[in-house]
Design a protein around this ligand. Structure first.
Ligand code: NAP
Length: 460
């Protein structure tokens, strides 16, 4: 199995890494399990000190780490810097708030006194994607380390340097050996690892196929799992939207992370009275995008994460065209070195098109013209995914009413789907289950233990 850094801007191999042997993985799991026995007894203050140090080191090394992200998966350098900053915020947030989130919850039962105590459950496995190599790890590792669990991370094979760098940062922060371990292994081996008795829970962020593989192993061995999978977020534009701002957000929502965001705006659903004006402005802005080297501060759209990803999105666009859709803009690979795809707008996408229900993970927008608000909601919900979505209107109450009817885990009014440390993140339907971030994210891998206190004289 090849674990390599390949720069998608040039498609040149930069470095190759050797996969860990079974013995090495076994040793890592053993160490994580023994470290858990001590870590679960440490005070929140000590756990928090480690995470605050991790946050500090991320900030200190921001430039180097951001360059590493850009080198390995092509994110615009400025956005990579933003990702490091956000990751540091997540580590600080849980270091600061975990103790209060996990404090005993006093219950008021009809008889006696009772409370819920939150206890860690053991070694957890996180399987993470390449698209936000630091942020995705932060939102899994920070809350779970604060609960007293220990962590094994199988990172995506195309970002090995990022995976190794995070483990190094934990070491430098003074984390005990076994608290956070990077596993250089394939996805298949990660799935098989779920069976290991010492691993008590698993969280995966990635595709449906990988999620199904992990979830079936977790089900088979009766382990808790959290899945953060794909999405096909609707971007609904109502007739009273502020058109210029809406179009700006439409472009940002689609091309953020070079179009490879689970919560990118992917389906643009516009009511007919403003559809022409939206499409005209959107097409103009999309066609003006500066595509190029992600290290160049002027670049607005960089490469796809890999040659395979670029080939896949180009093939999906062709499949959509073969299925009856129309290309309004772009539609092809860029004729230059690297994994580049043209900014693309597709129209005439009908339910019988084989791509209609698929996620488009690249700078490809699908445009839909609908009769009215209800038709927009119906179309938004006509998707196997249920991750995020947005609605643009100047009437906030109307926006809330629409949001209420959209069947996803997150809806944003007048903004594409977004993330921050103190907002929960997660989906419904085929976008997975469970939540990360905020107070909800720390609750997934804890034993919520009931403790009931009775006087000896109490009747049973
Ligand atoms: P992917 O292929 O599923 O990879 C994600 C991770 O899963 C990688 O570490 C990968 O390892 C591993 N993996 C692959 N096959 C596996 C298997 N059978 N068993 C266990 N692990 C396996 O996902 P991707 O295509 O790189 O990422 C894009 C997808 O992730 C999109 O659908 C996107 O929407 C979704 N995503 C969702 C969220 C969210 O929060 N909901 C966030 C980001 C991305 P290898 O790299 O070694 O194959």
């Amino acid at each position: 199995m090849s674990i390599q850094t390949v720069n998608p801007t040039t498609n040149k191999v930069i470095e190759s890494f050797i996969e860990m042997t079974d013995e090495e993985v076994d040793k890592a799991v053993t160490k994580a399990a023994s470290t858990f026995e001590n870590w679960k007894k440490t005070e929140y203050k000590l756990r928090g000190d480690v995470l605050h140090k991790v946050a500090g080191l991320l900030r200190e090394k921001k430039d180097v780490l951001a360059k590493m992200i850009t080198l390995e998966m092509g994110k615009l350098f400025e956005h990579a810097e933003g990702e490091i900053k956000l990751s540091a915020e997540i580590f600080d947030y849980y270091a600061k708030n975990a103790e209060s989130f996990l404090a005993d919850k006093i219950l008021h039962p009809t008889h006696g006194n009772a409370l819920i105590r939150h206890s860690p459950i053991g070694v957890l496995l996180g399987v993470e994607p390449w698209n936000f190599p630091f942020y995705q790890v932060a939102r899994f590792a920070a809350p779970n380390i604060m609960t007293g669990n220990t962590i094994l991370v199988k990172h995506a094979s195309i970002v090995p340097q990022c995976g190794i760098a995070i483990e190094e940062i934990f070491k430098e922060a003074g984390a005990p050996v076994g608290l956070y371990t990077n596993l250089l292994i394939s996805g298949k081996r990660a799935s098989a690892l779920v069976a290991d008795k010492r691993i008590k829970g698993v969280s995966l962020t990635g595709s449906e196929a990988a999620g199904a593989s992990i979830a079936s192993e977790a089900g088979k061995y009766l382990k808790k799992s959290v899945l953060e999978l794909g999405g096909s977020d609707a971007f609904i534009v109502l007739e009273d939207a502020d058109m210029d701002k809406t179009v700006e957000w439409a472009v940002t929502g689609r091309i953020n992370n070079n179009g490879q965001c689970c919560v990118a705006s992917k389906r643009f659903i516009v009511v007919k009275s403003v559809a022409d004006i939206f499409l005209e402005k959107f097409k103009t802005k999309f066609s003006e995008l500066i595509v190029g080297d992600p290290m160049d501060a002027n670049t607005q759209l960089g490469p796809m994460s890999s040659e395979a990803a670029a080939e896949q999105i180009a093939a999906q666009v062709q499949k959509a065209v073969d299925g009856g859709a129309t290309i309004l803009l772009g539609g092809k690979r860029l004729q230059r070195e690297g994994a580049f795809m043209e900014p693309t707008i597709i129209t005439n996408m009908l339910p019988d098109n084989p791509v209609y229900y698929e996620e488009l993970f690249g700078p490809v927008a699908t445009f839909f013209r609908v009769k009215d608000e209800q038709a927009a909601i119906d179309l938004a919900n006509d998707s196997p995914y249920g991750l995020g979505g947005s609605v643009f209107t100047q009437d906030i109450e109307r926006g809330k009413r629409v949001a209420d009817q959209i069947d996803t885990g997150m809806v944003f009014i007048n903004h594409p789907t977004w993330t921050q440390a103190d907002l929960p993140f997660g989906g419904t339907k085929r976008s997975g289950y469970g939540r990360e971030l905020s107070e909800l994210g720390i609750d997934e891998f804890v034993n919520k233990k009931l403790i009931r206190i009775s006087e000896l004289s109490d009747p049973f």
